[in-house]
Design a protein around this ligand. Sequence first.
Ligand SMILES: [Zn+2]
Length: 307
Amino acid sequence: MERRRSPRPSSETATSPPAAAVEADAGAVATPAAKAPPAPRTKRGVPEGLWQKCEGCGATIYRKEAEEMQNVCPQCGFHWYMSAAQRIAQLLDDGTFEEWDANLRPTDPLGFRDKKAYAERIVAEQKRTGMPDAVVTGTGMIRARRVACGVTDSSFIMGSMGSVVGERLARLVERATAGKLPLIIISASGGGARMHEGILSLMQMAKVSAALARHSQAGGLFISVLTNPTMGGVAASFASLGDLCFAEPRALIGFAGPRTIKATIRVELPKGFQTSEFLLEHGFIDRIVTRKDLKSEIARAIDYCGG
Ligand SMILES: [Zn+2]
């Protein structure tokens, strides 16, 4: 009667846990509900791919305009994704590319499954990208200089390095050494070592690095080009071992992602951490090279190094 607002005082003690439980429930329900709508609504009558939101400045860009600039944002200069095939076409002289080891195909030695069986994922990725795995290797000419060249593609299971990527790169390096060819590897990997192949992926880091050490001992030149993103076991092995390390502007380059590092060491990370510009300042890379200058810069570096 007096001051009790609650009709059931006995429940007061129990109030917080049920309330929290309800909130958690509401949250749990809200998540799938919030996730569900975007799927059917993404297109809104605009032809797919005509416009693209720039990752760098957030502006909506007419895709054709960016394509004419080699997939670089005309507003802010951010370097967008480029497939391995596009990079090869951009970097090598027309009609000079000859692919090596294109017959190597990934297998599923662990019978690995995450959301999907790895064996099925491989087939789906091959269909979608038209590539057997995440790397293309071979030889070609850069302004009439013969090179051995490898390019990883971040759209194939995040450009991660499994047995095929490692084997093709190791063979590429060995042929460069044997043929005394300058070696160019362009990296794009948000995935690092491919978890679906477990330890077999991890050992590729050592295998490719060892081949690079022999290339170096034989006096061979290796130019590594880091693009957005180059992370994990790829950044921690061959991509960082160039005699010269070039990077595209504003590329994300690092080992663990910024969120993981922040959660582990609980320290506010410096501004621009893991960008090309930050890494240039700290001596991790040698030069930032825009896409339109890459071919000329590599040709100049080869000449300078007597390759
Ligand atoms: Zn932009």
